[in-house]
Design a protein around this ligand. Structure first.
Ligand code: AMP
Length: 444
């Protein structure tokens, strides 16, 4: 009978814009998580994890309808219970929701929270842009003072310093609801006169949200943006004082910054201070420098109106968020020391089914004694096991063969000189510990 030909199935592939974080990448992720945890705790921040799913309206209201995120990038859908849900595109709105929902206003203020979470945006796929990417973010809720903004900027700079990456802060103030409308009118008048020279995207933004034209990355818009009226000339007294204080604190702290009137951050919820973190020791070219804009490592600012917008009491707040993938890409370019995965110290080899039975138990005892041990129980021949032990660079291999099973012993092989010694099975752990300690002393 003819064998029926089975057609090979096309293997599944990643969804566009998604990526796997493979084992060899994990040490960079561990390093980054550890660093963020350490820095956050040293400044009195507590970790918060919010769910990946929220009601779509949370982001629509917080981020604003005339933003790229809400207009075209949010993964939103109606679930089986007719709820309109969205995959979280950014962290601040969710943290604000949690602050209100859990009555954190009853805690001593300000409340300092940090997160390290995946975000989802149906962004245009391109190098360094993913549809699921991670951000670490720091939020301080419940304090209006400029000192908070300055300390957040300092923390962001220090995180990059820890990987030997010089950064500079591009900073601006976008005022508050009392002084922004005057500026917006002036800006609108100016941009209307230049309309025909603006890119298509900016022409559309001009109608809906003229401030967002300042955020444009289109080449033809840059000279127009460079000549545009600036918010800092329109700040009310309160906003001007606040901004001056932030800059004075940064001067005192020695944090390099450049005033950049085009940093408006594109999200509706910002007030007063807005900033981006750019790589480079100085101000990385002019404020409208294309390279700088494209390579923003992170950004943030004050959002005094957000909590009220989400249904809470009027509560001042400030924060920032940075992209983890971009952070890791920078680690690979700097000479930051990222610890290697700890290597095994010994290998446990076995020959035959009886030996295997004993080996799996001995493996546990070695682990419990704090010894880093490797094995390959899937292999039955000694040669491939010794080859693996060699490749791993272990100092000793314990061998459990048929003879050792009969004698209730193990063989300890010194991988450096090939000398083998027979030891009582029940003393194997203490003997190997002794040898490892001795070899550490002789390595020093
Ligand atoms: P944003 O809230 O858009 O300023 O994002 C904060 C930071 O997250 C940016 O400065 C980037 O470092 C990073 N980021 C934003 N969108 C993406 C993306 N699609 N892929 C990778 N990283 C991103």
């Amino acid at each position: 009978m003819l064998k029926k030909e089975v057609k090979k199935r096309k293997p599944f592939q990643l969804v566009k814009g998604m990526r796997d974080i493979l084992p060899e990448e994990q040490r960079y992720w561990d390093f980054t998580r550890d660093l963020i945890d350490r820095v956050a705790k040293s400044y009195g921040f507590s970790r918060i994890d919010t769910p990946v799913l929220e009601f779509s309206d949370l982001f629509v209201r917080a981020v604003g309808t005339s933003t790229d995120i809400v207009e075209k990038e949010m993964y939103s859908f109606v679930d089986q219970g007719e709820d309109n849900l969205a995959l979280r595109p950014e962290g601040t709105a969710a943290v604000g929701r949690a602050y209100i929902e859990h009555g954190m206003l009853n805690l001593p203020q300000p409340v300092k929270l940090y997160y390290f979470e995946p975000m989802f945006r149906r962004d245009r796929p391109q190098a360094g842009r993913y549809r699921q990417h991670y951000q670490f973010g720091f939020e301080v809720i419940g304090e209006p003072d400029a000192i908070i903004d300055a300390q957040l900027i300092l923390i962001a700079s220090k995180i990059y310093q820890a990987i030997n990456l010089p950064v500079n802060i591009q900073i601006n103030s976008i005022g508050c609801p009392s002084c922004r409308p005057d500026f917006e009118n002036e800006l609108k008048d100016y941009l209307k006169k230049q309309k025909s020279k603006l890119s298509e995207v900016s022409q559309a933004r001009l109608l809906k949200n003229p401030m967002r034209v300042l955020d444009s990355k289109e080449k033809e818009d840059l000279p127009i943006i460079a000549e545009a009226p600036q918010q800092i000339d329109f700040l009310c007294e309160d906003c001007r004082n606040h901004f001056t204080q932030v800059l004075e604190y940064l001067d005192d702290l020695g944090v390099p910054y450049a005033l950049n009137p085009t940093i408006v951050r594109g999200l509706d919820y910002y007030t007063k201070t807005t900033f981006e973190i750019w790589s480079g020791a100085d101000e990385a070219g002019s404020p409208s420098s294309e390279a700088g804009r494209q390579s923003a490592l992170g950004g943030g600012g004050r959002y005094d109106g957000l909590l009220e917008l989400l249904g809470g009491n009027p509560t001042p707040a400030s924060g920032f968020a940075c992209g983890v993938e971009r952070f890791i890409a920078q680690i690979k370019e700097t000479d930051a020391k990222v610890p290697e995965k700890p290597k095994p110290e010994i290998f446990l080899g076995q020959l035959g089914p009886e030996a295997r039975k004993k080996a799996i138990v001995l493996f546990e005892e070695l682990q419990q004694a704090g010894i880093r041990v490797a094995e390959n129980f899937a292999k039955s021949g000694l040669k491939p096991q010794l080859e693996m032990a060699d490749k791993l660079g272990v100092k000793f291999t314990i061998i459990l063969g048929q003879k050792e099973i009969i004698d209730d012993t193990v063989m300890i092989r010194d991988m450096e000189n090939g000398i083998q010694e027979v030891v009582d099975f029940h003393k194997a752990v203490t003997e190997i510990k002794k040898r490892l300690e001795k070899s550490v002393v002789s390595d020093q």
